[in-house]
Design a protein around this ligand. Structure first.
Ligand code: SF4
Length: 278
């Protein structure tokens, strides 16, 4: 791991995803093979393999209570703020401590159970208030000032281990469950859904009792990882390879249309809250 500390002018950036995003790191040791943030790092001139470098951001400027109050804040959009290095650096924890009295609407997404280290700070936010505004706001839970999200696109630990170096599926499930028990609104982001491999029904069945809302999104194949993933599917799931070529080489959208309907039918029958983004 090529790890270094860098000084930045500001942790907080305006964003299309929320009013502001905070990315405490550049790079991500979770190294998901489908990570779109790899594209961004390449644009910024990094030549290392995605997952093999990490810039740890240090910043002297305060977050700025005035600009954040009443706004939506998303952690994190191009890294995982609970990647393994966070256990040593505690950058995310210090940011949460500074955010503690600020009435902003905070959404945190992660693939790591390290988030539970900060349960005290996250739980304390449930009594704060702010103004909802964007996709990352809390819908019916709009008077809450925190929501925790975990990305889970499979219940198959073998497939998960092939795709990333983050926490296991069971650890992510437990993370959401503990948060929910602590009164923190939870979101399960079932994405990216891999055709025929991601079992959305099993994900919902396993977690419906402690997830407030499910989001579903498809695998958006990017040039950065397309060859790698198609090669993987051909070797590991040869029975699906022809279908993958139809979807990702020839642009057949019928699979996604059918899947979207199946998800809606299933979630309606289960009575869970959900959104499908494709
Ligand atoms: S956890 Fe998120 S930011 Fe990190 S590699 Fe995976 S998709 Fe990318």
């Amino acid at each position: 791991m090529n790890e270094r500390e860098i000084e930045v002018a500001d942790y907080v950036s305006p964003s299309r995803l929320a009013d502001f995003v905070i990315n405490p790191y550049v790079g991500c040791p979770h190294a998901c093979r489908y990570c779109y943030a790899a594209d961004i790092s390449r644009v910024k001139g990094r030549v290392e393999i995605w997952g093999d470098f990490l810039d740890v951001k240090r910043c002297r400027k305060s977050l700025g209570a005035k600009r954040l109050t009443g706004k939506s804040v998303f952690m994190s959009s191009v890294t995982d703020c609970y990647n393994p290095a966070e256990a040593r650096y505690k950058i995310t924890r210090r940011i949460l401590e500074e955010l503690a009295p600020i009435e902003c609407r905070l959404s945190i997404t992660t693939k790591s159970n390290l988030l539970l280290r900060d349960l005290d700070l996250l739980k304390a936010r449930t009594s704060l208030f702010g103004r909802p505004k964007s996709l990352f706001d809390l819908g019916e839970d709009e008077d809450r000032a925190i929501r925790v999200s975990c990305s889970i696109n499979t219940v198959d630990e073998g497939f998960r281990a092939d795709m990333d170096r983050a926490s296991t599926i069971e650890e992510r499930m437990e993370t959401l469950e503990v948060c929910r028990e602590a009164g923190i609104p939870t979101l399960l982001f079932a994405a990216p859904l891999f055709p025929y491999i991601s079992d959305f029904r099993a994900i919902v069945e396993r977690s419906a009792s402690f997830v407030d809302v499910f989001w579903f999104d498809k695998l958006n194949m990017r040039p950065t990882f397309k060859d790698d993933l198609l090669t993987y599917v051909r070797a590991r799931y040869p029975e699906y390879y022809r279908a993958y070529l139809a979807i990702f080489e020839r642009g057949d959208e019928s699979y996604w249309r059918d899947l979207s309907e199946e998800i809606s039918d299933f979630c309606d029958r289960k009575g869970v809250s959900y959104e499908v983004f494709f």
